[in-house]
Design a protein around this ligand. Structure first.
Ligand SMILES: [Zn+2]
Length: 318
C-alpha cells in the first residue's frame, strides 16, 4: 500500500476498500445482524448517499461506517483511511500536528481523529486470553512517565512523592505480545492485579529485583530475577536466559515516541497512547506483519469502539 493509493485520495475508493475489509462475504446489517444478500438491497441513485444499504429484515438503513469509530464523521473516509494507515505504520507514532498537515484538517479535528483511532487500537484483552503459558517466559516491569519533577523526592510506594509522573506496568511474552497499563500507583497489589489478569500462571515470570514481584512471583510456575542494582542485566543459565530487556525495549520505544511526537499527554489519555504503541508492537515487522496487513487489522478493530467528542473532552485536555 502506497500513500498515493486511491483509497487515500478518493472517498468512494476508500468506502469500497472498507466494505471489502469488513464484509468479505457481502454486507451485514449492523442493526439486526442480517447477512442474507437476498434480504439486503443497495440504495442506488442520486437521492441516496453512496454506500447506503437497506435491510429488509429490520427495515433500517446502514453504511459500512455504522457502529465504527468513523460513524457520523464529517471527515471524508479516504482521510480516515490515510490517518489509520499513518498511525498503524509509524513506529514512533504520528502527532496530531503531523496529521493536521498531512490530511488538511484542523488541528482539533486531527487530535480527535487520532484519539478515536487509538481507541480502535485497544486490544480486546478478554477475548485474546492471557499471555505466556507452559514453557513460556513473561517479562514484567514498571516505569514512570511524564513531566520532569523539579524537586527530586524519595520514592514512596512506587511513585515519587508529589510527582506528576504516571505509573505504567507492562508485561510481554518473550517473542510474543505486550500489554501495558496505566496504574494509579505501582504497588505490590496493583502489579499483582495486572499480572494475574494478563499472564498465564504456567509461565515463567522474569523481573528485576523490585520488591513488587517476589510474592506474586510465587503464583507462577517459576520466577527468575536479574539484579540491576548489582549491575546484572543478563544471566545465562543452563536452559534459559534471564533478563528483562524485552520489556525495557518496549518502554524505550514508548518513551522516545512520546517525547518526540506527543509533546504532552494528559493523564486521562495515557491509556490510549499505550494502546497505540502496544498495537504496533504486537504487529511488528519482525513478526512478518507488513504495513498493509497492520492497517487491515486495524480496520477490523474499528467496530464497537465509538468515542464521542464529549467523552474525550470530559476526560481532560491533552
Ligand atoms: Zn437489519
Amino acid at each position: 500500500m502506497k500513500l498515493d493509493s486511491p483509497i487515500f485520495q478518493d472517498a468512494d475508493a476508500a468506502r469500497i476498500h472498507l466494505e471489502a475489509q469488513r464484509w468479505p462475504h457481502g454486507p451485514n446489517c449492523p442493526h439486526c445482524g442480517n447477512a442474507n444478500p437476498d434480504r439486503i438491497t443497495k440504495m442506488e441513485g442520486k437521492a441516496h448517499r453512496p454506500g447506503l444499504y437497506n435491510c429488509m429484515e429490520c427495515r433500517e438503513q446502514f453504511t459500512v461506517t455504522v457502529g465504527t469509530v468513523f460513524e457520523r464523521s464529517k471527515i471524508a473516509l479516504n482521510k480516515w483511511l490515510l490517518a489509520t494507515f499513518l498511525m498503524a505504520s509509524s513506529k514512533k507514532g504520528m502527532s496530531a500536528h503531523q496529521l493536521h498537515r498531512m490530511l488538511g484538517v484542523t488541528y482539533k479535528t486531527a487530535w480527535f481523529m487520532a484519539h478515536r483511532i487509538r481507541e480502535a487500537m485497544k486490544e480486546d484483552v478478554k477475548s485474546s486470553g492471557p499471555l505466556g503459558g507452559e514453557g513460556k517466559i513473561v517479562e514484567a516491569d514498571e516505569t514512570y512517565f511524564g513531566p520532569k519533577d523539579t524537586i527530586k523526592k524519595r520514592t514512596i510506594r512506587g511513585k515519587p512523592a508529589n510527582s506528576s509522573k504516571r505509573s505504567i506496568v507492562a508485561l510481554v511474552e518473550r517473542g510474543g505480545k505486550v500489554r501495558s497499563f496505566h496504574v494509579e500507583r505501582a504497588t505490590k497489589a496493583s502489579v499483582r492485579d495486572v499480572l494475574v489478569r494478563n499472564a498465564d500462571r504456567k509461565s515463567t515470570l522474569m523481573t528485576d529485583e523490585s520488591n513488587f514481584y517476589p510474592i506474586t512471583g510465587k503464583e507462577f510456575a517459576d520466577h527468575a530475577t536479574v539484579k540491576h542494582t548489582g549491575g546484572e542485566y543478563v544471566r545465562y543459565e543452563a536452559d534459559r536466559i534471564v533478563h528483562t530487556n524485552t520489556i525495557e525495549n518496549v518502554f524505550s520505544v514508548f518513551k522516545r515516541g512520546m517525547v518526540g511526537v506527543y509533546q504532552h499527554c494528559g493523564e486521562a489519555h495515557l491509556h490510549r497512547y499505550l494502546s497505540e504503541f502496544d498495537f504496533r508492537y504486537n504487529r511488528r515487522t519482525a513478526l512478518g506483519v507488513t504495513d498493509t496487513e497492520r492497517h487491515d487489522q486495524l480496520l477490523a478493530m474499528i467496530e464497537g469502539k465509538r468515542l464521542t467528542y464529549r467523552r474525550i473532552g470530559e476526560a481532560g485536555d491533552a
